[in-house]
Design a protein around this ligand. Structure first.
Ligand SMILES: Cc1cc2nc3c(=O)[nH]c(=O)nc-3n(C[C@H](O)[C@H](O)[C@H](O)COP(=O)(O)OP(=O)(O)OC[C@H]3O[C@@H](n4cnc5c(N)ncnc54)[C@H](O)[C@@H]3O)c2cc1C
Length: 291
């Protein structure tokens, strides 16, 4: 099928893009990598009257540092992020996760802004933002605001961004010295969205766990950040018994919807196994870091 007719605006600047959005509101949609929006338009599931192409705004492919954070502009493509030496050094979990998105052509076109704005509950960027308690930067002609990820993602494919706002950046904490990470996903076919996925970071100090961040995706409207579990598992040695208890606690805390094709119990079992794998991988990296 072909998309419904629309007026095409190639934005020469962020301000020009924001002005079109402010003028046309919900009738206008930004176009980034087009990997989700164009198929939706071809199927006529999306019929924007105005399309605002963001692809000339190359200054938003910048990645910059703040004292405790790494900030990435919205037009960074997945593959640029995966290849960035700065991202590999300062947020290695991000580099690992985005490398697993879809297939190579999708990673070359798709952007972090498009993926976060799309808010697919199985998307790697969404799980990453929830796990790292990232902040999302939004801008309109009225100004800029930053929202914590847990307030930005409201439901599946639904965010707190207004129709006149562009997602401009994501801010994530820099990995600390001695911190390790792991990401484990399960899909039935290479390149598909994950049926279930687990992301975590773990920091050790004097042989015991100092910080633990954990997020789980699959079958929930928004990935679950299981941050409430962390206090009960910090200040302990991350041995096999600790890993088994934590994986069980994650399984118990994870509440996927029951779907006739993917029952909740199946997803919980998957998450249990993925958590055990992620913890084994992270703790084996800890041994290397502290060797
Ligand atoms: C076959 C296939 C497999 C895929 N597999 C995966 C996968 O395994 N994991 C995964 O995470 N993703 C997957 N994707 C999706 C891919 O990552 C897309 O790149 C991403 O979801 C959308 O990014 P985009 O830049 O292409 O956005 P677009 O398609 O251009 O836009 C998506 C939506 O976001 C809005 N938007 C875009 N940019 C902004 C902005 N800066 N501010 C506000 N709104 C904006 C658009 O208006 C639209 O509503 C897959 C896609 C395909 C086609």
């Amino acid at each position: 099928m072909k998309p419904a007719p629309f007026t095409y605006h190639r934005a020469p600047s962020l301000d020009a893009a924001l002005t079109v959005l402010a003028t046309h509101g919900a009738q206008a949609k930004p176009l980034a990598g087009g990997q989700s929006l164009v198929p939706m338009m071809n199927l006529r599931l999306a019929q924007p009257a105005h399309l605002v192409d963001l692809n000339d705004l190359l200054e938003w492919q910048r990645i910059w540092e703040e004292p405790e954070h790494l900030v990435l502009g919205f037009l960074n493509r997945h593959h640029q992020v995966a290849q960035s030496e700065r991202v590999k050094a300062l947020c290695p979990l991000m580099a690992q996760m985005v490398q697993t998105i879809g297939h190579e052509p999708i990673r070359h076109r798709g952007t972090l802004g498009g993926s976060l704005a799309n808010a697919d509950p199985a998307a790697q960027w969404v799980l990453l933002a929830i796990t790292l308690e990232a902040e999302i930067g939004l801008r309109s002609t009225q100004g800029e605001r930053w929202l914590p990820a847990r307030e930005f993602f409201l439901a599946a494919m639904t965010t707190a961004a207004r129709a006149d706002e562009l997602l401009v950046a994501i801010r994530v904490p820099k990995a600390r010295a001695g911190e390790v990470h792991a990401y484990e996903m399960f899909n039935r076919r290479h390149g598909d969205y994950a049926l279930a996925a687990v992301a975590l970071t773990l920091e050790l100090h004097d042989g015991v766990v100092r910080t633990l961040r954990l997020g789980v995706a699959g079958g929930t409207p928004v990935p679950q950040g299981l941050h409430a579990l962390a206090p009960a598992f910090c200040a302990q040695v991350p041995d096999a018994a600790w890993r088994a208890r934590l994986a069980q606690a994650v399984r118990d805390a994870f509440t996927p919807d029951d779907d006739p094709e993917v029952p909740a119990t199946y997803r919980r079992d998957l998450v249990h196994t993925l958590t055990l794998r992620a913890l084994a991988s992270a703790t084996s990296s800890l041994q290397k870091v502290h060797a």
